[in-house]
Design a binder for this molecule. Sequence first.
Ligand code: M6P
Ligand code: ZN
Length: 185
Amino acid sequence: LISSPGVMIDLTSGTLTGDVVESEKRLKDLAGVFVNESLRARMDPATIIYRVQTHVAEKEGMEGGLFYGTSFVYPGLVGDEYFMTKGHFHSKIDRAEYYWCIQGEGMLILMDIHGKCWAEKMVAGSLHYISGYIAHRIANTGRSLLAVGACWPSDAGHDYKTITDKGFMARLRKIDGVPQLIPVR
Ligand code: M6P
Ligand code: ZN
């Protein structure tokens, strides 16, 4: 009647062990994601930008379920733009999500359906509610690994196309040594 946990989270690092799906994104997988695409294409394609560990507790698309993931974003820059995740709207666009920062320093970059962007600072322990209709991505603004926990509905899905086509309308750039959210063009 009593079972051992099938998944463990290391609470200081965010690392999952057990029933977990692993994925990673290297610079070669992120064509068109950074403002300076020609620089990205000239940098080492094997550079790892982020990894995601997901506990897939339900079938993708199942209504009423939840997924858990930890995203690990590495420190670094493409020019003056911080390493970051691709970012997405949800395919079921009204679906919300929680993010919380486990370690490191970063920024949660948000965009509404009209292209208006804003950002929230992430530090270990910060909790971020992302309501539906809001695209979300995270950037590492620190010198160490950024780990962010996430929980989202299993029927939310990922809409990357809207971001791929138009991009985020503002970018987090290191200007005078500090992160600033700068409108594109
Ligand atoms: C979090 C969640 C996942 C997402 C991952 C990486 O763990 O939001 O759904 O896939 O971050 O972000 P992206 O898919 O934008 O690359
Ligand atoms: Zn999401």
